[in-house]
Ligand binder design. Sequence first.
Ligand code: CA
Length: 200
Amino acid sequence: MNKKFLFIIFAFSVFSGLKAQALLEISGSIETLRSYPAKDVAVDLLDEQGNLIRIDSTDRDGIYAFRELEPNTVYYVRPRYKASVYNGVSTMDIVLTRKYLQGERDLETPYAFIGADMDGSDTITAHDLLVMTKVVLGEVDFLEGKLQFIRKDWVFNPDFSSFHNISKAGWKRVELNSDSQVVDFFLTRRGDVNSTLVVE
Ligand SMILES: [Ca+2]
């Protein structure tokens, strides 16, 4: 056996070994509806049984990544935001919601419906206007629970009329087989009808 042949066998063995051990990645971006990156968002990685196995934080570009994951495995990805975001609800949101309730103007995206549903009741009523007004006047505080992650591949009802399952849009089950996967999310806020939320 000549040296060149031996080298080819050696190189092939190394390559095969690497390929067999190839580990995968789940990564993605988190941003507001107007494409501002959401930095410092904690992103949980859970196993199929729901056990927390890793936590990453988005960087200044809103990017997170879990590397060296096992192929042929089910994972769950779930972002959560701890910090308070004191913006996104203004007089304009009140005006847009009032016009919708008075039948003067429709809300054009499902995100606008979610924004208008300030109290999270799954319907848009005068009570949403009342809470929005109190927030704008500073009479009630912005609550952490008003933030809502919505993964970008979430499919809404055609008429946007029901958000009963919207909490399910805040995480994703990922079947990682032979390819790395990208899971992107929007960060939205109840009360933010016109998508002005900014993460400082
Ligand atoms: Ca409501």
